[in-house]
Ligand binder design. Structure first.
Ligand code: NIG
Length: 412
């Protein structure tokens, strides 16, 4: 056997996540006690007992990592972020803690459109400089793939600028960033009295310009009373799909608005948030095999109730993904560990379900069949954790335990 490039040994267990979301998560994580993991040419080449490694697996060129009795699992995939932006909204955080709501602040000219003002004014270089440490903080948590949305431009030029920033960031860190066009994040101030014109701008100009430069893999719409109607979202997402961008939706976050049903109708990749989802919405999502993306950090951060009904979502048979939703308004946090803890404490998931959601579930939501899993042939993206069990991650609330992060077979 050709020598491995990397061998991880001395683990408590290796979680390969070779199961499916249709089976109990404990089983789906597929624990291999005390196994070692070998990587060659950036891909998983071996998972199993060290004593059974084929001869010649370890050569002079093989880097050997000691897991020191910690567990090893696939690196995290963050399926929902807004990490490219300028400015900050700490004053809004303060206002909310004194009783103001997210919608009241938005109506008073704060919220998303205030970040739009700052992001329009920032240069591409400035946005890269601001976003880079956010990506690095995710990486330090063990995230090697993250979806990133635009949505703080709301005009052709700035939406393109944001997505070009994502493309540049992709060459600057080991984290693989998956771009999503979210031009339908809010009605920009200059279109407030003529929203149909903005919908037309999205469909006729922003979407084609983004497709022309192949800048986005997904198209997202914030479907909400205060943002876009179901009908507007249907038109934008259908146009996006015709240009090769698969739909994702901000669905039923602040009000039950029929967004889950729309996600099902369109066969969307994901319906994200779902704090207010109805039983009918859930049934529709399950029948259409849409992944539910939970982002509990924003529910906490906005002091909203209820949290998304993760237990019911999971029991309805949906694949569940879990993200940080890092953004300046509703979740100023790149903390994957906190998201895992909240998924258990507030969404009602078990530790195994939360770990699935933050790895394999999230990878599947992005169409990445070879990520979030450690089967032979999969991406060599894994984390050596400083704790012996995945159960420790949500339990040690908000504390990251990634000791060593490996991306495509290289320690990063
Ligand atoms: O996913 N809800 C809409 N979008 C973001 C918040 C963006 C912002 O407030 O800047 C979210 O929570």
């Amino acid at each position: 056997m050709e020598a491995l490039d990397l061998l991880v040994r001395n683990t408590s267990e290796v979680l390969t996540l070779e199961g499916t979301h249709r089976e109990p998560a404990e089983a789906a994580l597929t624990s291999r006690p005390h196994a070692c993991v070998g990587i060659r040419a950036g891909r998983i080449a071996y998972v199993g007992a060290e004593a059974e490694l084929p001869q010649g697996s370890v050569g002079a060129s093989t880097e050997v990592l000691d897991a020191k009795g910690g567990f090893v699992g696939p690196a995290f995939v963050d399926p929902h972020t807004h990490l490219v932006f300028a400015g900050e909204r700490s004053a809004e955080f303060d206002l909310r803690n004194q009783g103001a709501t997210y919608l009241e602040i938005a109506k008073a000219g704060g919220g998303i459109v205030s970040t739009v003002r700052a992001t329009r004014a920032a240069s591409e270089e400035e946005l890269v400089r601001l976003a880079l440490p956010r990506v690095q903080r995710l990486l330090a948590q063990g995230v090697t793939v993250a979806e990133v949305k635009s949505g703080y431009g709301l005009d052709v030029e700035t939406e393109l600028k944001m997505l070009r920033v994502v493309r540049r960031l992709n060459t600057m860190t080991p984290v693989e960033l998956v771009p999503t066009l979210l031009c339908a994040h809010a009605i920009p101030a200059e279109y407030r009295e003529r929203r149909e014109d903005y919908v037309r701008l999205c469909i006729d100009e922003i979407l084609p310009a983004v497709a022309n430069e192949s800048l986005a893999r997904f198209c997202d719409v914030f479907v909400e009373d205060s943002a876009f109607t179901v009908d507007e979202a249907r038109r934008i997402l259908t146009a996006g799909r015709e240009l090769g961008m698969q739909p994702r939706l901000h669905a039923d976050q602040l009000t039950a608005f029929g967004a889950a049903e729309l996600a099902a109708e369109l066969g969307a990749a994901t319906a994200d948030h779902l704090e207010q989802v109805t039983d009918a919405g859930l049934r529709a999502l399950a029948a259409a095999n849409v992944t539910a993306v939970l982002v509990p950090t924003s529910t906490l951060f906005l002091r909203m109730r209820p949290y998304a009904p993760g237990r019911r979502i999971r029991d309805a048979g949906l694949n569940v993904a879990l993200g940080t939703n890092v953004n300046p308004g509703s979740a100023m946090s790149e903390n994957t560990a906190l998201a895992l803890g909240l998924a258990c404490l507030e969404n009602g998931l078990s530790a195994a379900e939360a770990y699935w959601a933050a790895t394999r579930g999230a990878a599947l939501s992005l169409g990445l069949q070879r990520q979030g899993r450690l089967a032979v042939g999969d991406a060599g993206d894994l984390v050596l954790f400083s704790c012996a069990s995945f159960r420790h991650l949500p339990y040690h609330l908000g504390i990251g335990h990634a000791r060593t992060v490996v991306k495509a077979g290289r320690v990063v």
